[in-house]
Write a protein that binds this ligand. Structure first.
Ligand code: FNR
Length: 196
């Protein structure tokens, strides 16, 4: 059975700054989506640090909200800046909250894709490797290819932070199409398992 509703993609950026290249990359993704999908960028500014005591004494509202959005999304699009050769703490923190409680993680089995932009030459390649390792721990189903590694981000976006580099726009569009197929495949597998 196929799903007829538009695929809902929840996009999370590990950068909290207003002029973020990573968040701009997610906005570009929203424009380059295939027609049968919708993308929502959810900001992580209000999320407190993961705290097991806070979790036990009544989950913070921002956490409940994040989990609900992830649960109802068909797929995630994660944008990570590279901070000191790794992922941004804000994104790791969001994944840590979302993975809880053990056994009821909203990340378990959720299709996802990774993008990243950095000011320098590496294009977040190290951060993306780390994010894949974290995602493996949460059982997110991360798309392998194509990778979206935006190096020298200052030259790929204009002054209004619109993604103007054509090759980058093409690879991003191609990744989004691949994410749609990947998501449908996992959903079909879940449906076929459910009827057996
Ligand atoms: C950076 N930056 C960076 N860039 C990179 O390619 N490799 C790195 O290891 C680091 N390390 C790093 C650490 C910290 C603490 C900061 C704040 C920045 C630079 C980074 O790529 C640049 O600031 C990007 O613009 C960050 O992404 P946003 O905020 O534009 O999305």
């Amino acid at each position: 059975m196929t799903h007829h509703h538009p695929l809902r993609i929840l996009a999370l950026s590990g950068s909290l700054r207003a002029q973020s290249f990573n968040t701009a990359l997610l906005r570009a993704a929203g424009e380059l989506l295939p027609p049968q999908a919708v993308l929502e960028i959810h900001a992580l500014h209000t999320l407190p640090f993961y705290d097991g005591d806070a979790e036990d004494s009544g989950e913070p509202a921002a956490v409940t909200d994040l989990k609900a959005r992830i649960r109802s999304a068909d797929a995630l699009l994660l944008a990570t800046p590279e901070y000191n050769h790794s992922i941004a703490a804000a994104l790791k923190n969001a994944l840590d909250w979302a993975s809880r409680p053990y056994g009821a993680s909203v990340l378990d089995g959720k299709p996802a894709a990774i993008v990243g932009a950095s000011a320098g030459a590496s294009g977040t390649i190290r951060a993306q490797r780390h994010l894949r390792e974290v995602a493996f721990g949460t059982q997110l189903r991360v798309l392998d290819a194509p990778e979206v590694l935006v190096a020298h981000a200052g030259t790929k976006f204009d002054a209004q932070l619109r993604l103007v580099d054509e090759p980058t726009r093409r690879v991003l569009a191609s990744q989004l199409s691949a994410l749609m197929r990947w998501t449908r495949q996992w959903q079909q597998l879940a449906t076929s398992e459910a009827v057996q």
